[in-house]
Design a protein around this ligand. Structure first.
Ligand code: ATP
Ligand code: MG
Length: 435
């Protein structure tokens, strides 16, 4: 007897189906278009990489690498992981393809699936999709340092402006941009701050939940990210990084804000905004949108100077972001912007052998002109054909019977109001184009 096991998509993964995929395609086409206008080119790295690439860049102590990565041993015993994000891959690509020799800065974007073994819920999946972009610039000998602050800040602001332009083009609603600076890893900057933060957290340790208690040791900055109601008042009283930034980081942050103002980009500052991945420094930002419940972040990003070097490349600056495409789509759908188009432009209802020849030819010409045409494979009574046209959401039924073939005058029925008229093929084409 045949095995009757019913297969199901693995927990945390989803099948995307029509008509929803129309919206996915529209979002992706819009991303390509908008990013293209900012001079970005598309990159398509593989979806798996050596595990070490993620461990070294994202940080072995982070949740992403420590608990969420899909890691497996390949047949040659090497350790491979499905990518949990793509910035590390983009940096590897930059090094591997000698992009430091390309005209600088190098501006790249990517689209595609990412994998993290998280608890599935609305807006959180184990295979999810990101749309992201990165700007990379190798520091030339004699360059870099404090004199680059205005330039870096303008690059940061333009990257943020680009995401906001993309969201505006899609008509995303309730978009809110939050920014922060998390300084850089030096004693007189973030490192000193984290020590103060740790000391302050030790004082209130008993009042914190188990996650935050653990993070005091592993990653104290992440405590600021806590959504736990009981911790909010305690966190409000902790030392703030803005009071501990070094001069250069403070200058850079002020300049980013000025550059955002110049571009008309609205933002709020959030001193508690830190990123979950280790490699970020200075500018960090997050964008939220409406209709998503507690998983309302649609984009996270920031600056990561030094990451390329950490992965074996030359000293290189980086800034980028990743948009959660699943959440972006959810928000558009919640706002009623996911409306799929009608299923077909034309349903060709034909009867009789001669009519089939004409129907095939008509369908070929209409499709070549770009219209979506349904041509039934066998003849149907007109009543049944019209019923099917209706079900498919067709705009017009083109009725081809003996009469129409003899006279060359097609019968066209508008399905929305049932109106029917006779017209030539060229008149029908004109009518379709006026849609
Ligand atoms: P979150 O705090 O929501 O877990 P994150 O800080 O882990 O987000 P990033 O690593 O910065 O997120 O990824 C950027 C964006 O990718 C997020 O803002 C979100 O929109 C999306 N994203 C991250 N993880 C998932 C997931 N498991 N399912 C769907 N989207 C996700
Ligand atoms: Mg996360």
């Amino acid at each position: 007897m045949a095995n009757k096991t019913k297969f199901q998509a693995i927990k945390g993964t989803r099948d995307l189906l029509p008509p929803d995929t129309e919206l996915w395609n529209r979002v992706e086409a819009t991303a390509r278009e908008v990013f293209g206008t900012f001079g970005f080119g598309e990159i398509r790295p593989p979806i798996f990489e050596p595990t070490e690439l993620f461990a070294r860049s994202i940080g072995a102590d982070t949740d992403v690498v420590g608990k969420e990565m899909y890691t497996f041993e390949d047949r040659d015993n090497s350790s491979i992981s499905l990518r949990p994000e793509a910035t590390a891959s983009v940096c590897r690509v930059y090094i591997e393809h000698g992009m430091h020799a390309w005209p600088q800065p190098v501006k790249l974007y990517y689209l595609g699936p990412m994998f993290r073994r998280e608890r599935p819920q609305k807006g959180r999946y184990r295979q999810f999709y990101q749309i992201g972009a990165e700007v990379l610039e190798t520091v030339q000998p004699g360059q870099g340092g404090p004199k680059d602050i205005p330039k870096d800040a303008a690059v940061d602001a333009e990257v943020i402006e680009m995401v906001m332009a993309f969201f505006a083009r899609l008509g995303l609603e309730g978009v809110q941009l939050e920014i922060n600076s998390i300084g850089h890893a030096a004693e007189n900057c973030r490192r000193g701050y984290v020590q103060k933060l740790k000391a302050a957290l030790e004082q209130v340790k008993d009042k914190l939940g188990p996650d935050s208690q653990r993070r005091i040791e592993t990653n104290p900055l992440r405590v600021l990210d806590s959504k736990l109601e009981s911790e909010q008042a305690i966190i409000a009283g902790l030392p703030k990084i803005s009071e501990h930034l070094c001069d250069d980081c403070a200058k850079q942050y002020a300049e980013v804000k000025r550059q955002l103002d110049l571009r008309g980009v609205k933002y709020t500052e959030n001193w508690r905004l830190v990123r979950g991945l280790d490699y970020y420094m200075r500018t960090t930002f997050e964008i939220t949108a409406r209709g998503l419940g507690s998983q309302n972040a649609v984009c996270g990003g920031g600056r990561y100077d030094g990451l390329v070097e950490l992965l074996g490349g030359l000293p290189t600056k980086g800034i980028g972001f990743a948009i959660g495409e699943d959440r972006l789509i959810l928000s558009l759908q919640e706002a009623g912007k996911g409306g799929a188009e009608a299923g077909r432009d034309v349903f060709v209802a034909w009867m009789g052998e001669k009519a089939q020849t004409s129907a095939i030819a008509a369908a070929q010409r209409l499709r070549a002109a770009g219209f979506r045409v349904e041509l039934p494979p066998v003849e149907q009574k007109f009543g049944k054909a019209l019923g099917q046209a209706d079900k498919l959401g067709a705009r017009y039924a083109l009725i081809l019977g003996e009469d129409e073939i003899a006279t060359g005058q097609w019968t066209v029925k508008t399905l929305a109001d049932g109106a029917q008229a006779k017209m030539s093929e060229s008149e029908f084409l004109e009518k379709l184009k006026r849609l």
